[in-house]
Design a protein around this ligand. Sequence first.
Ligand code: NI
Length: 182
Amino acid sequence: MPLKIVQYPDPILKKKSVPVQKVDKDTQKLIEDMFETMYAAPGVGLAAVQVGVLQRVLVIDVGRLEDGKRRPDPLAIINPVIVEREGKIEWEEGCLSLPEMVIPMERSKKIVVAGLDATGQPIKIAGEDLMSVAFQHEIDHLDGLLLVDRLSRLKRELYRKQLEKQGPEEPVEKGVGPVYLG
Ligand code: NI
């Protein structure tokens, strides 16, 4: 089931996610839901915190070329750690939690990430270019870092004001009088 993607400036996005102690059915269900959410968005990566779960879980699908066609290449990783880096690359990054924002970011061009797969087995994945960028973006989320944190304070304020100005999508109806609940 696709889940709601948490939007900036929700404070949960600033929190550090904790390692998964035991990979179980709940972890697998979370991963399944995260894939559906990511594909529905659509995006090429998603961190668990973006669906409100503070666990170190991420999904990525940058696709792969096969016979000149781009095919799906779903990848889930639990407790990811970058164990090798090489080179630099700049990419214009957007984020599903930051509407209408694209920032050129410098990242490592190649990385190797170690972690666990969806069955709890240790895995190591090498990524280059977009795959490497996606890993670094999503791992930043697990550490509570957002693209917007890379902006100057002034630009960040402007962005926040711009989001506030857009206001709610629908007019809010007012109730007729005070109501006392609970
Ligand atoms: Ni993001």
